[in-house]
Design a protein around this ligand. Structure first.
Ligand code: ZN
Length: 473
């Protein structure tokens, strides 16, 4: 197995917990707001700051400095993880009024469980020695209760724990995990206002400043700034100023937060979106949009459906936007790409079901519009071995169609490598994400002819910008 000469990962994330409205996320997952506020304080108190990133005290359970830390995250049980948080939480964190309220609420709800037999927080506070001994157990029990309550709680907790690392540590982890990758394109998500009107620890200016500073420090990084329609024209202008100053390369569009490119019921939102698209066309700025029916949804099991590529088709159909540069993250989702493929049926994609209906349209948009791309991040191939084989056969067929000259724009020039690291943790996926793709694009005869395009050339075209960037990456 040989590595391609160069690799660009078009889809990564380097933000930590301070960039997410944790309390709102927990509330949207059904957690009581008082409990959610306490969890947020505890987790944020554990989160490293990029200016002093060695702040973490290692607990006796999980060593964040350990190179195998990510792998271990998948081995640890919920009990191990909550015990770790319990022992890392300081008495200082307990002084937070949100944490005290949350613990009291929890104690009452659970009718004062064994080690927490107290009537009020004041009783606890009076006896620091008592608290010092028991705090780890109290916090562990509280955190376990909260994460047991939410759907897929263990994976959420793993992801959140990973995101207690500082940005610098996260970047270091990313580079160490993928030493063969030369360029990491990272995407910011601005989720403020979307989760029950809760806000991230950092405000948007801090987020943008930190992320542009981190790019100055790491030449391997290229950033996509977040579009947040809730911030109106001012927010949009700010993001474009930064792109013009070459601080960021493109725009991250994230429909699972609760908006679509066109046909939103809110007309002001549609107008603002069109302003965004006008600016992108005018300045040749690429948009990277999430495209699966799920994702980091503001409304679970619902708002992911805003990612439907049909909405983008309505936009691209308009001559003014036909040349808009858009990359569909996740290529529409693994349910379409990994589904059983039977060439004798003559259909490239399976019959449409609720879960797989994005992939086929993403393919069609790629081959019908000059500047539409797609990316393969987060396809859960490591857990579904046959899936990747189905994808291989499907791609081989598609590349043959390309070679026959049938496609207006060849799909082999439109498909990009991406990993969606570190969101992988959110779904309990392990590392070494790249290896199955390397195998696919080196072992298959027809795919290997185009492996350079998949691993970096197509990404270079997507990222190039004749207006803003003088030279390609
Ligand atoms: Zn992502």
């Amino acid at each position: 197995m040989s590595y391609p000469e160069k690799i660009i990962d078009i889809h990564t994330h380097i933000f930590n917990l301070k960039y997410l409205p944790i309390k709102g996320v927990m509330i949207s997952r059904g957690i009581n707001p008082t409990l959610a506020a306490g969890i947020e304080k505890i987790l944020i108190a554990l989160t490293g700051d990029y200016l002093n990133y060695n702040r973490h005290n290692n607990s006796k359970f999980i060593n964040l400095q350990d190179p195998n830390f990510e792998k271990d995250l998948f081995k640890f049980s919920l009990d191990d993880l909550v015990r770790d948080i319990g022992f890392k939480t300081s008495l200082g964190t307990f002084e937070s009024i949100e944490v005290q309220k949350a613990l009291l609420h929890f104690a009452r709800e659970k009718k004062a469980i064994d080690f927490f037999e107290t009537e009020s927080i004041d009783d606890l506070r009076e006896d620091h020695e008592f608290l010092k001994d028991r705090l780890p157990y109290i916090i562990s029990s509280f955190v376990r209760h909260v994460f047991e309550t939410i759907e897929d709680g263990l994976n959420y907790l793993r992801w959140f724990l990973f995101m207690t690392l500082s940005e610098e540590k996260i970047i270091e982890r990313m580079k160490n995990s993928y030493p063969s990758v030369q360029t990491f394109v990272f995407h910011m998500i601005d989720a403020d206002w979307f989760f029950e009107r809760n806000f991230s620890t950092y405000n948007i200016d801090q987020m943008l400043n930190n992320m542009s500073y981190l790019q100055e420090l790491n030449s391997e990084l290229i950033g996509f700034a977040p579009y947040n329609p809730m911030r109106g024209t001012r927010g949009l202008r700010k993001v474009f100023e930064l792109i013009k100053m070459k601080k960021f390369r493109g725009i991250k569009f994230y429909p699972p937060l609760g908006y679509k490119p066109v046909n939103n019921s809110n007309f002001e939102l549609n107008d603002l979106n069109y302003k965004l698209f006008d600016l992108c066309v005018e300045h040749d700025v690429p948009i990277f949009t999430h495209c699966t029916p799920t994702g980091f949804e503001a409304i679970p099991h619902k708002s992911g459906l805003n990612s439907d590529p049909e909405c983008w088709e309505k936009l691209l159909n308009q001559p003014k936007y036909a040349r808009l540069k858009v990359c569909f993250g996740h290529a529409g989702g693994e349910d379409g790409w990994f589904a059983k493929y039977a060439p004798e049926d003559g259909n490239l994609f399976p019959p449409k079901t609720e879960k797989n209906f994005y992939a086929e349209l993403v393919y069609k948009l790629c081959v019908n519009y000059e500047n539409v791309f797609c990316e393969v991040g987060f396809l859960e191939h490591q857990q579904h071995n046959n899936g990747i084989v189905n994808m291989q056969h499907r791609l081989e067929k598609i590349f043959r169609i390309d070679e026959s000259g049938y496609n207006k724009f060849e799909f082999r020039n439109k498909i990009l490598y991406g990993s969606d690291w570190h969101i992988l943790f959110n779904h309990g996926l392990e590392l070494n994400y790249i290896n199955p793709y390397i195998k696919l694009f080196t072992e298959s005869e027809i795919l290997s002819k185009y492996s350079d395009r998949f691993f970096y050339k197509n990404a270079e075209i997507f990222l190039s910008n004749q207006f803003i960037q003088d030279s390609p990456i």
